[in-house]
Write a new protein. Sequence first.
Length: 409
Amino acid sequence: SFPPDAVPQAPEDPLFGLARAYKADDSPNKVDLGIGAYRDDNGKPWVLPVVRKADEVIRNDPEANHEYLPIAGLAALTSKAAELLLGTGSPALSEKRVSSVQTISGTGAVHLGALFLAKFYKVNGANRTLYLSNPTWANHNQIFSNVGIPTAQYPYFDKKTKGLDFEGMKSTLANAPDRSIVLLHACAHNPTGVDPTPEQWREIAAILKEKNHFPFFDTAYQGFASGDLDRDAGAIRYFVEQGFELVIAQSFAKNFGLYGERAGCFHYVAAPASDAANTTTRVASQLAILQRSEISNPPIYGAKIASIVLNDPALFAEWQENLRTMSGRIISMREALRSKLEELGTPGQWNHITDQIGMFSFTGLSEKQVQKLREDFHIYMTKNGRISMAGLNTRNVEYFAKAVDSVVR
Ligand code: PMP
């Protein structure tokens, strides 16, 4: 049996704790700006119309069943998922330098990548340190440390400008030991909403090249950030064009609204070389072994939905329209919030609200102010001052702006 105290009480996951507190609050004014899930203008979850259509395709298919998928998942999904990231004409695809595995959404993809690197990416028998942005998605830390990969941080968010600390980021990456692993958010950085510009991405790539660092891209918001799938894949495509060997964790939770269905993929891309296709085959064989021991095979429903949409030109076009609806509503909420704060003359600069992109905004509110918003106004957000923009709508944005105004003064 376990010795006494061998299993200490762990703290509740802060984000899911926040969701519980919100649920228990019976104020009619309550506002949920915690978890990163899209809400429509009525504050309700939104099943994408294109997802409803794909669901109907499944329901009308007399051959549909509940059999196991192969270990690597649904091939009709993984091949299109790779194209979506790399672009249809990508030489990496035609040269067979890409190995793709369907995973338990983005979290499972990050985990599979972590496990793969923990096992195989070693120098003189030791794991390399993985650099995470400060701050980053909270789960990154525990996923990598759980598999024994040491983590370190690179500066990312500049508290003064509420934008990118580009100099800090560059100098830390330039001074990190050669062949470190660097985790990069492909677009719509969580939690800050701050992304490098295309020119800054080029400089980041040059440093990683120079230092022989290994890029690990996490992409959870393609198409959801700008409304344009190609634009949101720009950083990844640039790195692939530059000839990096890299890995990508891809989530379909936000851009398909398939959160609980756990649809995602992990991709390995080999650098261009005469034996690159062989390297990729070897990687695929090891990924299959890891996948088998972890989950045997991935879930089928979300994979079918995404693959039906990705493989049908008419549904694909409709998906892009749905993506523009979601990103457009979020961008309009950014504009509304900023202009309300400026109208109220709320102390401080608020341009970062519209400069930042994607699901989240790092408001710059202090932990104390966050607490006051919760106690006095029933507004729920993480204590680092992050708000999920999707929680704002035409009915509550003014209430939120006035509440912020009151706690900032
Ligand atoms: N990475 C980042 C940066 C994220 O924001 C998220 C979603 N919160 C994920 C990965 C993965 O989420 P999921 O497992 O739901 O796809």
